[in-house]
Design a protein around this ligand. Sequence first.
Ligand code: GLP
Length: 235
Amino acid sequence: MKIITVKNEAEGGKVAFDIIKNEMMTGNVKTFGLATGSTPETLYQEIVASDLDFTEMNSVNLDEYVGLVSDNDQSYHYFMKKHLFEAKPFKTNYLPDGTVTDAKKECERYDRVIAENPIDIQILGIGENAHIGFNEPGSSFEGTTSKVKLTESTIAANSRNFAKKEDVPTHAYSMGIKSIMQSKKIILLAYGTKKAEAIFNSLQGPVTENVPGSALQNHSDVIVIVDEAAAKLLK
Ligand code: GLP
């Protein structure tokens, strides 16, 4: 695991972008695993401002809220369109469909999508409780796509993007930790003091299902990009 400490989110976005650009130049990258949240925004800005061509690339997103239609401005479909896909067209963008009520069917469909599009580079943020995707503490490291009940702390953290806490969906479809771990390369981004504990527990704490991010210690190609605040508990 390689840890790169940057000054701020702007530099983090540039460092992550350079890694992606170099990987794309090898010609071996076809599919990106993508994340939502404020963390990857500076990376997406770099991609949008670049002349890199993604029209032959596919993307597979980590998660989507259950119950939100794709043009709801809080949906992860909308976020990805607004921050990346509108300006940087890909060949195909895959996301879980939050409007499907038959969870088993939607999870099976998404697992097929992942199997057919093996992820070369997975971009990851991390929750304050160390969730990755929407895999909350206690999620199995062997888990595939599932309908997740969000924890109170995740709902509280994500409520900043909604008019009121009651508007935050209680469930999400999320790619499982097993699928995340099958990505060839993982770039984990984290900024700010609020992420310091999650970063310490994930990178230097015991590997345990109580800390979803700690699964990454078992992956052979993880690059972590953190600012000093998020890195402050690391030894
Ligand atoms: C959500 C997403 C995660 C993301 C996390 C952190 O819960 N499902 O993929 O990593 O939020 O979000 P932020 O980057 O806004 O701190």
